[in-house]
Ligand binder design. Structure first.
Ligand code: HCB
Length: 224
């Protein structure tokens, strides 16, 4: 099979919600020399986006969405350790402390989990609070562990306002300068991040690690 055919097989396995086929097609891809990042970005992620489109068009329903989510998670089970290993060793071990969660009212966690894993691999101490996490829980944990960054994820457009509320709450509590705030998830873009006054956003897990490093560097240099 060509590279493109291998990637197509991975995408299709996610679209079909076939966990076993996702695993075997990834293994075949790796054996044939595909790179883990290529499998993630051009295989798994393209597949799950297609599933979202089919759901939006009314061709897929919740069960298909759930099966595809499981297939994606199974695929990440193979790809994530490879990506982590590729990044370990190149990073310093005291990169900073991050409290991460999917924000209140949202339960999507595939992307958030990927970001959390890659931050760990990048030398950050990561406290993952899970999904549907209330704003006060996030802030309390961040204070307890003296976090550098609060990173939040949201995929539902109806969850986005809670990200703005988080920043407002930090301001009201006099803590806005204490924590950098990173926002992300498929519904988030730079314009939105700027509008709510977040410190940045990232389109994927590797960019999220890069951004987190910049934010900690800035904080250590300037205190903000
Ligand atoms: Co969900 N769902 N879903 N869903 N779902 C979406 C998100 C829609 C866009 C599908 C659609 O209509 N096209 C849609 C949201 C529409 C909207 O609000 N605009 C939607 C809906 C409507 C729903 C329900 C409401 C459906 C229902 O019940 N009727 C329900 C939500 C319930 C709730 O949250 N309260 C629901 C449920 C589900 C599941 C459970 C079936 C399943 C989630 C399983 C899980 O997460 N454990 C699911 C899935 C799988 C999706 C899609 C298909 C894929 C999401 C995904 O995992 N993407 C999604 C369609 C889509 O996104 N196009 C669909 C892959 C990851 C890797 O991408 O963007 O999350 P990511 O993360 C990236 C990136 O953004 C960045 O790095 C990550 C890694 O590269 N990043 C950060 C992420 N977080 C970051 C934080 C940072 O600080 C920095 C960077």
């Amino acid at each position: 099979m060509t590279r493109e055919e291998l990637l197509l097989t991975i995408r299709q396995a996610v679209i079909d919600g076939e966990k076993t086929a996702t695993i075997t097609s990834i293994q075949a891809g790796l054996e044939a020399g595909l790179d883990a990042l290529e499998i993630l970005n051009q295989g798994l992620t393209v597949g799950i986006q297609e599933v979202g489109d089919l759901f939006e068009k009314g061709e897929y329903f919740l069960p298909e969405l759930m099966l595809a989510g499981r297939a994606m998670q199974a695929g990440l089970g193979i790809v994530k350790p490879i990506l982590q290993a590729q990044h370990l060793g190149q990073e310093n071990l005291d990169a900073g402390t991050v409290v991460i969660a999917t924000i209140q009212s949202d339960i999507h966690d595939i992307g958030k989990n990927l970001v959390a894993s890659m931050l760990s691999a990048g030398g950050f101490t990561v406290y993952d609070l899970g999904v549907d996490v209330p704003l006060l829980t996030l802030i309390t944990k961040a204070r307890e562990v003296q976090a550098d960054i609060i990173a939040v994820s949201a995929l539902l457009t109806t969850s986005l306002p809670f990200m703005g509320d988080l920043i407002d709450l930090l301001k009201e509590s006099g803590l806005r300068e204490t924590f950098s705030v990173m926002v992300g998830g498929a519904s988030v873009n730079s314009a939105f991040a700027a509008k709510i006054g977040a410190d940045g956003t990232a389109p994927n897990a590797l960019e999220a690690v890069r951004l987190a490093k910049q934010l900690v560097h800035r904080k250590r240099e300037t205190g903000k």
